[in-house]
Ligand binder design. Structure first.
Ligand code: BDR
Ligand code: CA
Length: 312
């Protein structure tokens, strides 16, 4: 059992990751912090609270975080073309039963890492803005965190937002580089592996047959996601499980192979947001996931995401 803070920009695949984590007995979610990205932080916070209502997880606190980049720039573009206007595939959910906690995201991260030194894993499936703010405020944090597992980057493959950059890194490259060079232990779950994890259309039929509020929501939301993948010529077979794979790697690191590398983030020019990794350049600061047992991971995810399990 590990203590986990999820940092999200909910987001279709963020919602899948939250459900997967909440249904996994190995993952003790202390709290969820939110940031801008797929939608505004106000929307990603609302979406997170709505998903937690569906999961009947009102014990998990939600802390709203960054609405500007690490350098203080306004968040300009939502990922409407992939995640819809509301961030969750334009699927309607009831207004949340509760609000976010008063504490800010980066303050929460600091307080929990200080409360449980060397025991908290931070799973970030969005930009690194909240974590960068936390480290900037408490410079000892990198040594006190157990691990940071990041969905982000594209070290050996092209990006998905520009030819060079993956979306989570692109939305705040300075924050990502600050975290990556901070000395905290990091595993990078990038497009190198997440693009090999396709959720196929027949799963939607299974979820519709299961016929719970959660399974119907996931089916409608992923229907939108798959149509976006098809319409944007990303894949006609299904949609990628980017954020859930990050939770999967936390639960069972043997789903992937990871190679220690020295990774830096480009912050200027047309390569802005590119994660440049070199396994021959010391010191290595990040374990970069380079290969995955995709079928084994997808079936683990599918067994967990809709049904609560109490045994492994
Ligand atoms: C990542 O970007 C976001 O749009 C997704 O939620 C995921 O975290 C994929 O590049
Ligand atoms: Ca995300």
């Amino acid at each position: 059992m590990s203590y986990v803070i999820l940092d999200v920009d909910t987001g279709i695949d963020d919602a899948l990751a939250i459900a997967y984590a909440a249904h996994s007995p190995e993952v003790n979610i202390l709290g969820i912090t939110t940031t801008f990205g797929n939608a505004t932080v106000k929307e990603t916070t609302r979406n997170t609270l709505q998903v937690l209502d569906l999961l009947e997880a009102d014990n998990i606190p939600v802390m709203a975080g960054a609405d500007k980049t690490f350098m203080g720039d306004e968040h300009r573009e939502k990922s409407t073309w992939i995640h819809g206007e509301n961030g969750i595939g334009d699927v309607w959910l009831p207004q949340p039963q509760r609000g976010a906690s008063q504490m800010e995201a980066h303050e929460y991260i600091i307080s929990k890492v200080r409360e449980y030194p060397h025991q908290v894993t931070i799973v970030t499936v969005a930009n690194q803005t909240n974590l960068a703010a936390a480290i900037q405020q408490d410079q000892e944090l990198p040594k006190l965190v157990r691990e940071v597992v990041v969905m982000g980057g594209a070290v050996t493959v092209p990006g998905n937002i520009t030819p060079y950059a993956e979306a989570n890194i692109y939305t705040d490259p300075e924050a990502a580089n600050y975290v990556f060079q901070s000395g905290t232990p990091i595993t990078l779950v990038g497009l190198d592996v997440t693009m090999k994890t396709l959720l196929k259309r027949n799963c939607l039929d299974d979820w519709r047959q299961t016929n719970t509020d959660l399974s119907l929501f996931l089916a409608d939301m992923c229907d939108f996601y798959m149509e976006a993948y098809r319409g944007n010529q990303i894949s006609s077979e299904g949609c990628a499980l980017h954020d859930p794979l990050t939770v999967g790697v936390l639960i069972d690191p043997s789903f992937v192979q990871a190679v220690p590398m020295h990774v830096e983030v480009e912050t200027t020019g047309e390569n802005r947001g590119q994660t440049v990794g070199d396994k021959n350049q010391p010191p290595s600061n990040i374990k970069v996931c380079t290969d995955i047992e995709s079928d084994r991971f997808v079936s683990h995810f599918l067994k967990r995401v809709v049904h609560t399990v109490t045994t492994i």
